[in-house]
Design a protein around this ligand. Structure first.
Ligand code: SF4
Length: 140
């Protein structure tokens, strides 16, 4: 099983948004939250200068899978939720938010939001990649 996940960066004047397609669960918190920034019909599909940086950061933090992340150009990065929360949804996934250290094949990785594989079929362990029935049933 591969745990590789390619991160693509979209640079704006005040904020850089990154996206890992294999972790995206496709329920469009981003597209619904800020359609002027996130438009899958356009290339690039993320335009960070389409909204004020704080508003964009708030919408990125809604992405439950962590497929979307951000860094502010002035050095600010995403704060972790406190206390860390872990929930188990009916589709079998584990959803965690907080100060997280993920054990990946590439080594430990700091995270603030993840959706973890609950069915064992993901090829992106420990993350859900919506390969199995839990990912297909869930929303992103
Ligand atoms: S998982 Fe994140 S990036 Fe994918 S559609 Fe949902 S909010 Fe957008």
């Amino acid at each position: 099983m591969s745990s590789g996940t390619e991160k693509k960066a979209y640079e704006g004047k005040s904020i850089t948004v990154t996206f890992e397609a294999r972790r995206c669960l496709h329920a469009a918190e981003c597209v619904h939250g800020l359609p002027e920034v996130f438009d899958p019909g356009e290339r690039p599909w993320i335009r960070p200068d389409g909204a004020e940086a704080e508003r964009l950061a708030e919408v990125v933090r809604r992405c439950p899978s962590g497929a979307l992340q951000y860094e502010l150009v002035d050095g600010g990065s995403e704060p972790s939720d406190r206390p860390t929360q872990i929930t188990h949804n009916s589709a079998g996934q584990l959803i965690a938010r907080g100060e997280l250290s993920m054990d990946t094949a590439a080594g430990p990785r700091a995270e603030t939001r993840v959706v973890l594989c609950g069915c064992g079929q993901s090829r992106l362990q420990p993350y859900c990649d919506h390969t199995g029935p839990c990912g297909q049933a869930a929303s992103g």
